[in-house]
Design a protein around this ligand. Structure first.
Ligand SMILES: Cc1ncc(COP(=O)(O)O)c(C=O)c1O
Ligand SMILES: N[C@@H](CCCC[NH3+])C(=O)O
Length: 466
């Protein structure tokens, strides 16, 4: 085994399922995204930049609405699909989501402001958050959002008080849900699993806390209890976890009906649908999950003797993730000898530095996330180099692609494209080392459109009051 051992090398020779719909290559081997040659995108807008393929976003949004409406329509239930804005939200993207029949899920005042700027009606917006400020709650009430998801018992009094201040009462109550942790552990990484007991979100089902919280909401006439909410984690590849959570939540709904006489009309099953980041990943089958979940809901309601609730879901990553590609320019290329136990085990790793890094994609450092990458402006030679693509930050963990095959002639000025970065890339971007956050360039039919502009040094300096 070479001293480089460890994780497998990732290589994809041609656009495949991790790339946006319709990704292709020009005759001279450059990548084409949404009909636009990446060389043109880089020339016009610079690098690093996020490229967002509108068609892929819209298709995936439509796919969720279609799959869930069909599956739940067949069991006599309605469905609302909320696009989880935390994955990536801009005014244009909120409009695309709405045009495709989705609502918008927000979890801060900032996300709420973007959704409202996009003219999403308040009634089609949800507000989450484990630590909402009074100001955020008041703005949500003023915007008449369709639901505020209460994350703890303490929020009941606060939301009721702010509702009263806004003049809301039993004739015009504020619609709320309660986020419940079912104890079902799922997700791609511990940091993105959200329904096990020992973490900050929601109210536990175990021990009766969730039931008591739902009952407490019912005692507030200025609040309208729509139902309960469950989000078990993110980048989930196992549909069974969603089914188990749905069963637990339906049981809770039936318990509440027994204890209070109120059968709440809705159940939100959250987001978390996994996507393919590399060719080895199997994305979740959205049609299959929708059908399986609908069958679970139908059967569980029959067993419990309750009617079927209206269902909502909150996918984020699975809609916008596959629509995004990050383009970087190659800077320094450096061969590093990696020592082994013997001369045989000594190997060379080529570090290919690009002009972005952990400030535009923190996921490899935070979750050990793996991505694919390829030379994007030309085919390169036929031989391959075992490379590590790293960023420009003052941090040795600033790694974009830990182990990837690139052509041996990779050289400064080349472009590297990393697919599946539409979710939790720009939305988690930082200014570490005072690096400027990249723009998001929408592509469609060969047209480029700046959705979010690149930050400037003036933006940074404007915050520094000296
Ligand atoms: C409450 C809630 N809804 C929806 C989402 C969206 O998750 P994903 O982007 O994995 O679909 C999250 C994030 O995990 C969340 O916390
Ligand atoms: N930010 C995480 C997911 C968290 C989702 C929000 N609860 C990721 O990049 O995978």
């Amino acid at each position: 085994m070479s001293a480089l051992g460890g994780t497998p090398v990732l290589r994809e020779t041609a656009p495949g399922h991790v790339w946006p719909v319709g990704t292709s290559l020009t005759d001279d081997g450059a990548l084409v995204l949404g009909g636009a040659d990446v060389r043109e995108i880089a020339q016009v807008h610079g690098t690093p930049c996020f490229v967002l393929d509108e068609l892929t976003f819209r298709r995936r949004a439509r796919m969720f609405v279609g799959a869930f409406e069909q599956a739940f329509g067949a069991i006599g239930s309605g469905v609302d699909v909320y696009y989880a804005g935390k994955s990536f939200l801009s005014v244009a993207v909120a409009r695309w989501a709405r045009e495709e029949g989705l609502r918008v899920d927000t979890c801060t005042g900032g996300e709420l402001a973007v959704a409202l700027r996009a003219d999403v009606p308040g009634a089609e917006i949800g507000l989450h958050g484990n630590n909402k400020s009074d100001d955020e709650i008041a703005r949500a009430i003023e915007a008449r959002v369709g639901r505020i998801v209460l994350d703890s018992p303490a929020e009941i009094e606060r939301v009721a008080r702010l509702a009263a201040i806004a003049g809301r009462d039993e004739t015009d109550p504020v619609p709320v849900m309660v986020r419940v942790t079912t104890g079902i552990h799922a997700g791609g990484h511990e940091f993105i699993s959200t329904a096990h007991e020992d973490q900050k979100f929601g109210v536990p089902l175990a021990g009766g806390a969730a039931l008591a919280t739902l009952e407490a909401v019912l005692a507030h006439p200025a609040l309208e209890l729509l139902g309960a909410h469950s989000h078990i984690g993110s980048q989930i590849q196992d549909a069974a976890a969603f089914e188990a959570a749905a069963r637990a939540m339906l049981g809770l709904r039936a318990d509440l009906a027994r204890s209070s006489g109120v059968l709440v009309p809705e159940l939100d099953l959250g987001g978390g649908y996994g996507i393919a980041y590399t060719p080895e990943d199997v994305p979740i089958d959205v049609d299959g999950v929708a059908r399986a979940l609908a069958a679970t809901v139908r059967d569980a309601c029959a067993e419990l003797g309750t009617s079927v609730p209206r269902i909502s879901i909150e996918p984020g990553r699975s809609i916008v993730g596959p629509a995004g590609v990050t383009l970087y320019s190659v800077g320094v290329v450096k061969a590093v000898t990696v020592g082994g136990a013997s001369d045989d085990e000594t190997a060379v790793r080529t570090y290919v530095s690009v002009d972005g890094g952990m400030s535009d994609n923190i996921r490899p450092a935070l979750y050990g996330a793996r991505y694919l990458g390829r030379l994007a402006n030309r085919p390169g030679d036929d031989a391959s180099l075992r490379a590590r693509v790293v960023g420009k930050h003052c941090e040795s963990g600033d790694i974009v692609l830990p182990d990837v095959e690139l052509p041996t002639d990779v050289t400064p000025g080349d472009l590297i494209a990393v697919p599946a970065t539409g979710a939790y890339g720009r939305s988690m971007a930082s200014n570490y080392n005072h690096v400027l956050r990249p723009p998001v360039i929408g592509v469609k039919d060969g047209e480029l459109r700046v959705l979010v502009r690149r930050e400037t040094e003036d933006d940074l300096l404007a915050l520094d009051l000296g």
